[in-house]
Design a binder for this molecule. Structure first.
Ligand SMILES: Nc1ncnc2c1ncn2[C@@H]1O[C@H](COP(=O)(O)OP(=O)(O)OP(=O)(O)O)[C@@H](O)[C@H]1O
Ligand SMILES: [Mg+2]
Length: 428
């Protein structure tokens, strides 16, 4: 697999990001990224094919120019409230007295053979544990002796039309979609370490239109779901509350927003641009956090309720890893800790090399995770049947050992420190 190129395509509610990487013996090297704003999705689902196609085309073109490869195949992300997760079981006779890869595949086939509504499709069959005869709790059964192999899995299903629309947009750009991956599964791949998966952890990806939840228990995915709320709701609240255009509301949120009112000083002020020809006016910064805090509280209360409903809350010993662009809002992890009652950390994409500064933000967790998922799928395919599934063409060599200076990605204005706040005040 050495030198193979893999591409993750994150089709998000606010932006499309294409991330290009090269598979190396010891991991993945980031070669290029293209990220462009996109208004073609609503709450994680494609609602305008033309706009989405245009954004994919632009993002892929930017990524391939930077990476020096012609992109033909991508691993694409999918999200939206239509996602469901349910458990299932499968069994297979162990043909030769010792479990082989083929036995495992037959047990998993059995687990996916359950009735699914005609308008839905199975996206992932995620093994939680295997049982060989009477012995349960087995992670990797290959090579074990026995006569009967059982598999307990988590099935992730999605609305077929939502998945097909993502594929159609990519195909209209001349791309082949190698696989469609649930976005929180990808994000988790980018930000979690193995220890967290083992002792139990929740990944919460708060993007623009959705909040995705993924629970890992005993090293396996135990639950996945998507809430139809995200950073865009915060922006709309600011626009309505301060009577300012959406674009200005988003800018104010990024530069001066805070999810926890008590972190804001009494003397801090912001300048609010007027709408419809009205002049700008000054307002206490506290006004902004008074608008933001209840919405962020509401998001975390919904996350807590969803986790409680799974019955897995007390199995998440590693707490919560927050990711997605909206967690860049100051005070978010502090508020999350209070409401969720668990330790919280912000998850940045890890374990990649190359031009990592390009993807060093929580809003790139899904793109990098898709890349990692794709690389693993290609390694598995190569191990299984020697297949080389990828078909990108390198058009110019790139020396990733040379540091490359790039402007920070547009969506990332970073966590707001008091230094930045001083700068805003000075600028006004
Ligand atoms: N520095 C920042 N402070 C606060 N919010 C931010 C910051 N940077 C980005 N955001 C918010 O993050 C959101 C976008 O995050 P992200 O890029 O993860 O979403 P997406 O992947 O496009 O959407 P989704 O995953 O919901 O489909 C927007 O609402 C944006 O306003
Ligand atoms: Mg996203």
């Amino acid at each position: 697999m050495e030198g193979e190129i893999v591409v993750g395509l994150d089709v998000g509610t606010t932006k499309v990001a294409a991330v290009v990487g090269e598979i190396n013996e010891d991991g993945i090297t980031i070669l290029g990224v293209g990220s462009v704003p996109c208004k073609g999705l609503k709450k994680g689902i494609v609602s305008n094919i033309d706009w989405t196609t245009r954004a994919i085309k632009d993002a892929v073109e930017a990524a391939q120019t930077m990476a020096g490869v012609e992109i033909r195949t991508v691993y694409a992300g999918v999200a939206g409230q239509h996602i469901r997760s349910q458990s299932s079981d499968g069994v297979a006779a162990i043909a030769g007295g010792e479990v082989t890869r083929a036995d495992v595949e037959r047990a998993l086939e059995g687990a996916r053979a359950i009735p699914v509504d005609a308008d839905r499709q199975i996206l992932h069959v995620l093994p939680r544990e295997y049982i060989v005869d009477a012995q349960d709790g087995i992670r990797d059964p290959i090579g074990m002796s026995g006569v009967r192999l059982g598999a307990k899995v988590n099935l992730i299903t999605a609305a077929t039309n939502a998945v097909q629309n993502v594929i159609r947009c990519a195909e209209r750009c001349g791309l082949t979609v190698a696989d469609v991956v649930l976005e929180p599964v990808a994000s988790a791949e980018a930000v979690l370490c193995e220890d967290e998966k083992e002792i139990g952890v929740a990944v919460v990806d708060i993007g623009g239109g959705t909040t995705d939840i993924l629970l890992y228990v005993d090293g396996g995915i135990a639950h996945a779901s998507v809430l139809p709320v995200g950073g865009n709701n915060i922006t709309s609240d600011i626009a309505a509350g301060l009577r300012t255009p959406m674009a200005e509301a988003d800018r104010l949120k990024r530069l001066a927003g805070c999810a926890l009112g008590r972190m804001v000083g009494d003397d801090e002020e912001i300048e609010v641009p007027g709408v419809g020809g009205h002049p700008p006016r000054r307002a206490p910064r506290r006004v902004l956090s008074d608008i933001i805090e209840p919405r962020v509280e509401e998001i975390f209360a919904a996350v807590r309720k969803r986790i409680e409903d799974t019955g897995l809350l007390d199995q998440l010993s590693a707490g919560v890893v927050l990711t997605g662009g909206s967690v860049l809002l100051e005070g978010t992890s502090e508020l999350a800790e209070e409401i969720l009652g668990m330790p919280v950390r912000i998850g940045f994409p890890t374990a990649v090399k190359g031009i990592t500064q390009l993807v060093n933000g929580p809003h790139y967790a899904t793109g990098v995770g898709l890349l990692k998922f794709g690389a693993q799928a290609m390694r598995d395919a190569a191990a299984r049947d020697g297949a080389r599934t990828q078909s990108q063409t390198r058009i110019k060599p790139i020396d990733t050992r040379q540091p490359i200076t790039v402007a920070p990605p547009a969506a990332d204005e970073g966590p707001k420190s008091s230094k930045i706040w001083d700068w805003i005040k000075a600028a006004f």
